[in-house]
Write a protein that binds this ligand. Structure first.
Ligand code: GLN
Length: 473
């Protein structure tokens, strides 16, 4: 089993373990468990080559900050010369000519990329059942979905194929699979981590996020990839976070916001019960619990799905059979655009494009898109009012634990409700992190999330560590 990075690093440093052997063992392990389908591309030779370089750095006494850390990257994040498919037939053979900023910064810090992870096509989905490359199985029980859309990244981290994986979040795609697989999953404040090189789904919501079993490993990656990037016009002009130094802090007297009963009515009984018992522990420790003034909760999902689909329909217009990737055989009289997109996109992506085109069309723009923008403002305002009163919000990440394959994909609305508690943080742009909290009667995990005010990311990671120790003690 792969040891947490900082433990392993000590062994790399004193020569007890070789980086190359570690990577060889992992590649074998990935091959042995390939039915999990966590990867679209395993980077064998590339990873081994990087391992050799890392070993040399340790041998010469010059290891870089994250030398030899093993990383998996969601397949919608650009990796130079490594296939980046977005789990779509449309980009099946697409090799980017540049690295995403996050990838470049991590490579410069010495990480080893072990592979590109499977996902819902173009990051649209909550169960990883929408991939052109097949479903990802939940490593904890193969009958259950791993969550989505970053299901492969969550599975890779849970199965111990990497120390840390990168995912992307538009409406919960890091936190929700983290909840379903029992690990940490962090979504930054909008603008805190560069999106340069992330294939766009809904640009006003998209963020790259981080998964790990270890909060320390997660923080160390966070501290490398946060910070201003001139290549991303939405990047916040801030220095890198220093979250790792917030991990040991013993917070006392926190003001913790909790959800009102009506917002909690979507939760299963076991999540609700654990939520209440977690809150009780906080109270016993002397923290102040405050019911938060979050309004419009019933509009979180509809608002998210209107804005996300509208932006997706525009972003995905670039896949036209001319500029990128797939183009089918075109016979005389056939329309390249129509045929490419009919054959290149899967069903969920087409549904989103149609929905998005509809809400943006001149007859319905005011009724749907403009209205959704207005409601989004109200949601953001209610978050602002909340953070005037509390240090952080504590709430369920998902209404329940992982569900079985096939149990929701015939009903999109049922599927969309898996994002009930996650989408609001993306709409408001606030940071949020999933912490493993409990297990259902089948032994499947579920998580709770900590949310903080905009750009309080490093403090939030500190709170998450503190609260995680508290609720799991
Ligand atoms: N499950 C949500 C959706 O399908 C969120 C996706 C995401 O965050 N990328 O849109």
């Amino acid at each position: 089993m792969l040891k947490p990075y900082f433990e392993l690093r000590k062994q790399f440093e004193n020569g007890q373990t070789s980086v190359v052997d570690t990577v060889k063992d992992l590649l074998l392990e990935i091959e042995n468990k390939k039915e999990l389908n966590a990867f679209i591309t395993v980077t064998d030779d590339y990873a081994l080559n990087q391992a050799k370089i890392s070993q040399e750095k340790f041998d010469s006494g010059n290891p870089r900050e994250l030398e030899g850390m093993i990383l998996a990257i969601k397949d919608n994040i650009s990796t130079k010369d490594i296939r980046t498919t977005c789990a779509s037939k449309m980009l099946e053979n697409y090799k980017p000519i540049y690295n995403a900023t996050t990838v470049q910064r991590l490579l410069d810090a010495g990480v080893i990329i072990i592979g590109k992870t499977n996902m819902d096509e173009f990051a649209m989905g909550s169960s990883n059942e929408n991939s052109y490359f097949g479903n990802v199985l939940n490593p904890l029980n193969k009958d259950y979905v791993p969550g989505g859309s970053s299901g492969g990244s969550a599975a890779a981290a849970t199965a111990g194929f990497c120390h840390v994986s990168l995912g992307s979040e538009t409406g919960g795609s890091v936190r929700q699979p983290a909840s379903f697989t029992g690990i940490y999953g962090y979504k930054p404040s909008y603008g805190r981590i560069s999106r340069y090189g992330l294939v766009a789904f809904a640009s006003s919501l998209d963020q790259i996020g981080i998964f790990s079993k270890s909060l320390k490993d997660l923080s160390s990656v966070c501290d490398i990839i946060t910070g201003f990037d001139e290549n991303d016009s939405t990047s916040a002009n801030l220095k890198n976070t220093d979250s790792i130094n917030h991990l040991g802090t013993d917070y006392s007297g926190l003001k913790i916001g909790y959800l009102s009963d009506d917002i909690l009515s979507f939760c299963t009984d076991y999540v609700l019960e654990k939520y209440r018992s977690d809150l009780n522990k906080m109270k016993e420790q002397g923290h102040e619990l405050i019911e938060i003034p979050i309004h419009y909760a019933e509009a979180w999902i509809p608002t998210y799905y209107i804005i996300a689909t509208a932006e997706a329909s525009s972003n995905l217009a670039r896949f036209d059979g001319v500029r990128f990737g797939f183009r089918p055989e075109i016979n005389e009289g056939e329309n390249i655009y129509v045929k490419t997109r009919s054959e290149g996109f899967g069903m969920e992506v087409k549904r989103r494009i149609m929905l998005g085109t509809y809400v943006l069309s001149s007859g319905f723009y005011d009724a749907y898109y403009r209205k959704a923008q207005q409601v989004r403002r109200k949601i953001t305002d209610s978050y602002k009012a909340t953070f005037d009163k509390v240090d952080c919000v504590y709430m369920p990440t998902t209404p329940g634990s992982a569900f079985k394959f096939g149990s929701r994909n015939d009903n999109p609305i049922k599927m969309y409700k898996a994002d009930y508690y996650t989408a609001s943080a993306n709409l408001a742009g606030v940071p949020a992190i999933n912490i493993p909290s409990g297990f259902d009667e089948e032994g499947m995990p579920f998580g709770m999330q900590v949310q903080c005010n905009n750009f309080d990311d490093e403090k939030m990671i500190g709170y998450a560590n503190y609260i995680s120790n508290l609720i799991n003690s």
